[in-house]
Design a protein around this ligand. Structure first.
Ligand code: SF4
Length: 701
């Protein structure tokens, strides 16, 4: 505390996976001010609009859940109860279902916003003690195709690259991402790099002309869903022109022969026609990629959220592998994480198909090792229900109870009608959250108030494997508790040992211990270390002198034979549902909102950017339907309808429409929820849903 009575804390922005450092100042009245941390390696003092307004969301307690509340029957209102009563009920209900229907009758649906310690605790509770792998997360909607892609090609879910590679690259291929809006500070670094080095080439592939295209030397405005064809066409050009790294391919990869054969099957003209591009555009992209000394691919939900998301990831990673652009400065594949701690969640194995510390759930030895460390007999071998499967299981009656933590599936999951029905049919719904604004709270039998950002301590990992410590700065309002503490109290009510942690620091220490001997070893870390030394990129084993900005510098990959795997992909377009509707709907984010607006929707300044939901439509498609700018329109398909204003724009391809995903169920009697229209179809490997391709029709309302 300084002489003016101001206390200063270091923390990390709690919104996106960029992981910007912030400095939080608290005065003697408890008021806080948040600014960018000038000494932080990620953002060097910069913050985007969401980060700059963090203090509003922390200070405004008007929407906060303050006390546990519960109802005994669905037709009754929820009433305030004590924590003891709430957790007695939760444990009694869970115990009854587990005894009667088995451990897989219950499940947890959590969030990439959870801190690592919270993720660790819920994962240990479900897999180790309840005996179910039904613990999944909204990260399934975000990064699971990238995880599957990394595992199949590089051997493990390991982002090879570091942000410092941005300033060392001379060609960027940004595809299926709009970092100018969704990863703004990262994009600022690319902008600054390009400003200093105008010869740096930036290629953006997107069916929409997004803000990121403003920086692009080449915008490949491809047809939705044709990404693999584009990457194959680029690969073909690279191979034909000898712009591949033969030595790297020979010494460090498998599978090139089959891939070459595949990409040579389709003439460039045919690929260009499928993608809706010119052959010359594809050749230009390939030339810049082939000429680059440092080549970075960047992608996000545009690739991941697809029925062929894993294949899209693999096809893109192949471009880095055949050019030998991995494990060296300024190069590599770089998936942009959506949420601030999606990566931390994966580190603890916090998904239905994962195991602690990147161990393999399908490996009996790995399960045995984790069980031994947790002091339990076994870990179930079969993957649990993934995000969409969990809600299908609730609807079908296979799952009876769900515990939803820090996420709002009623707005964010695809095929909303199914989600509404699932929560209505569920026998017991627990919602643990900070905000009454979450539409999912309406379905809860038991509501548990959680402490929010800056109200608890813990750690997060950003897109570049950087672990940061987040300070507790203010007290949580009412009786709200940190999520990990709620889960530990519940575990003790269930009679489970192993949850007597004295602090979040103890949980982190146990997680670090679990990583020993794995590729993500962080046994050298502790809260003390992070507080004294700042952020650290894993791995960081005990006695390590430095952290690890870049992986695979020795070209030894994490596959069994240490060679990267070049895979072939299906080139035919995957079967799509509802082809009778003429327009393709793609959904996504806008600059100043975050997820379902439970926090950003409270901030007037952020709402001013784009104050209401809309559908973006090409003027030609609008004219065919007699729609003019600002008209209220209804977008429909077999799953539901959305009613919003039309925004006419030539930035979108004819035949494609876009609706932002942020708005909830009903807004002034309108139906703005984009997911009324999306389907539950998922990628067969990653189980990530497709939010980027639903067929729809539009008419004036
Ligand atoms: Fe926060 Fe992401 Fe903006 Fe950085 S870029 S300030 S982490 S929202």
């Amino acid at each position: 505390m300084n002489q003016a009575g101001i206390e200063t804390f270091k923390s990390t922005c709690s919104y996106c996976g960029v992981g910007c450092g912030v400095v939080v100042e608290k005065n003697s009245k408890g008021q806080i001010k948040v600014t960018g941390d000038e000494n932080h390696p990620v953002n060097r003092g910069m913050l985007c609009s969401k980060g700059m307004n963090l203090h509003y969301t922390v200070s405004d307690k008007s929407d906060r859940l303050l006390y546990p509340s519960m109802r005994w029957a669905r037709h009754q209102p929820r009433r305030r109860v004590t924590w003891d009563t709430a957790l007695d009920r939760a444990s009694a209900v869970f115990r009854t279902f587990i005894d009667k229907h088995g451990p897989d009758s219950v499940g947890f649906y959590v969030s990439g916003q959870c801190l690592t310690e919270e993720y660790y605790t819920v994962n240990k509770l479900a897999k180790g003690f309840i005996g179910t792998n039904n613990i999944d997360t909204n990260s399934r909607l975000c990064m699971s195709s990238a995880v599957a892609g990394y595992k199949k090609s590089l051997g493990e879910d390991s982002v090879p690259i570091s942000y410092e590679d941005i300033e060392l690259a001379n060609c960027f291929f940004i595809t299926g991402a709009n970092p100018a809006w969704c990863h703004p500070i990262l994009f600022r670094r690319i902008e600054a790099h390009k400003e200093k080095h105008p010869d740096v080439k930036i290629i953006v592939a997107d069916p929409r002309e997004t803000k990121s295209c403003a920086l692009a030397d080449l915008h490949l405005q491809l047809n939705p869903g044709t990404d693999i064809t584009l990457y194959h066409a680029i690969a073909r050009c690279l191979i034909e022109n000898g712009r591949i790294d033969k030595e790297f391919i020979q010494e460090h990869t498998d599978g090139f022969g089959d891939f070459r054969e595949q990409v040579m099957e389709k003439p460039l003209e045919e690929s260009a026609s499928i993608c809706g591009l010119e052959v010359s555009e594809i050749k230009q992209a390939a030339q810049w990629i082939g000429d680059a000394n440092g080549f970075i691919t960047m992608w996000a939900m545009g690739l991941n959220q697809s029925v062929d998301g894993t294949d899209k990831n693999l096809a893109l990673i192949n471009l880095s592998l055949i050019t030998g652009q991995v494990g060296k400065p300024g190069s590599g594949p770089f998936s942009l994480t959506g949420q601030p701690n999606a990566m931390g969640g994966r580190e603890v194995g916090g998904m239905a198909s994962l195991l602690s510390s990147h161990r393999d759930l399908g490996n009996a030895e790995h399960r045995k090792e984790v069980a031994k460390r947790w002091g339990v007999d076994s870990i179930p071998a079969e993957p649990g229900y993934t995000a969409t499967q969990m809600f299908e299981a609730l609807r079908n009656g296979d799952m009876k109870a769900i515990w939803i933590i820090c996420t709002n599936p009623v707005v964010s999951l695809p095929n909303s009608a199914l989600v509404d029905e699932a929560l209505e049919k569920a026998k017991f719904v627990i919602v643990q959250d900070i905000s009454k604004r979450s539409e999912t709270v309406d379905y809860a039998d038991l509501v548990l108030p959680a402490a929010g950002y800056l109200e608890k301590e813990g750690t997060m990992t950003n897109s570049e494997r950087r672990i940061s410590y987040l300070n507790k700065v203010v007290d949580a309002p009412g009786e709200a508790l940190p999520d990990a503490e709620i889960l530990c109290r519940f575990a003790r009510k269930m009679g489970y040992h192993g949850f007597d942690f004295d602090s979040a620091s103890d949980i982190f220490d146990e997680h670090c211990m679990m990583t020993g001997g794995t590729n993500i070893d962080i046994t050298g870390l502790s809260y003390e270390y992070l507080k004294q030394n700042g952020t650290v990129q894993w791995p960081f084993p005990k006695n390590a002198e430095n952290d690890t900005p870049r992986l695979f510098t020795d070209k030894q990959f994490y596959t069994p034979n240490r060679r990267a795997q070049i895979h072939t992909q299906k080139t035919a377009q995957p079967e799509r549902e509802g082809e009778d509707k003429p327009l393709v709907l793609t959904t996504g984010r806008i600059r100043d909102q975050w997820h379902t607006r439970t926090r950003t929707g409270k901030v007037n300044r952020l709402n001013q950017h784009i104050p209401q939901p809309y559908v973006e439509i090409h003027p030609q498609d609008a004219q065919n339907r007699k729609i003019t700018d600002g008209d209220v329109v209804e977008i429909t398909n077999d799953r539901g309808r959305v009613r919003v204003q039309a925004t006419l724009s030539k930035n979108i391809k004819p035949g494609v429409v876009f609706i932002p995903m942020h708005w909830g169920k009903i807004l002034k009697k309108d139906f703005p929820r984009a997911n009324n229209l999306t389907s539950s179809r998922v990628d067969p490997v990653s189980k990530e849903p497709d939010f980027k391709y639903s067929t729809v029709e539009i008419s004036k309302f």
